[in-house]
Design a protein around this ligand. Structure first.
Ligand SMILES: Cc1cc2nc3c(=O)[nH]c(=O)nc-3n(C[C@H](O)[C@H](O)[C@H](O)COP(=O)(O)O)c2cc1C
Length: 175
């Protein structure tokens, strides 16, 4: 099995989750590549059995570099006619979306649109979206958003417990 992890991270929270996924996959013997979106611009997703795409939530959307990546890759695959009407699932092709967020205003609902958006990119390509993993992350350089929001005091997150949850998710995915 071959796996690819693509992510963007402004302040390191999503990177921590990406690194944890990579370590968990490698520990399970999966051949895994970890790339920033800008390094993955030419990677063919169909060369992998398991694709992970990770992003923070910015104004409940993926941030501009992730949006750009998805738009460019959709154009690329549309031109090659791999985006089929009805999005039939390709046997053995699975994907996971992972999102970090701070939820200062409405909580998890600020992250779910990001997970769904990225998930739709992968599903349109024929990947089965086998997971949407949402992880709380400190809102760096914004103490109010990290302590006074709907999720309370989220400083230091993702913490060891959050990353343990991610390791557990990887284990279940591979089971
Ligand atoms: C410009 C900006 C906008 C953000 N907008 C949201 C938001 O709408 N909802 C939310 O839950 N978190 C928001 N956040 C918080 C980030 O999603 C959160 O801290 C995330 O874990 C950052 O991940 P990163 O360290 O990988 O960049 C925002 C952060 C920044 C810098």
């Amino acid at each position: 099995m071959k796996a690819l992890i693509i992510y963007w991270s402004g302040t390191g929270n999503t990177r921590k989750v990406a690194d944890t996924i990579q370590a968990a996959l490698a520990g399970a013997g999966v051949d895994t590549r970890l790339k920033l979106v800008k390094e993955a611009a030419d990677d063919d997703l169909y060369a992998y059995d398991l694709v992970f795409v990770g992003s923070p939530s910015y104004m409940w959307q993926p941030p501009p570099p992730m949006l750009k990546y998805i738009k460019e890759r959709m154009d690329y695959y549309r031109e090659r006619d791999t985006v089929k009407m009805g999005a039939p699932g390709l046997p053995g092709k699975r994907a996971v979306v992972f999102v970090t967020y701070s939820g200062p205003h409405t909580g998890l609902n600020e992250a779910v649109p990001v997970g769904k958006y990225i998930g739709q990119f992968l599903e349109h390509l024929g990947f089965e979206v086998a997971g949407e993993w949402y992880t709380v992350g400190e809102f760096h350089n914004n103490e109010e958003a990290s302590t006074q929001g709907r999720l309370g005091d989220i400083r230091g997150r993702p913490n060891a417990k959050d990353l343990e949850t991610i390791r557990g998710n990887v284990k279940k995915l591979l089971a």
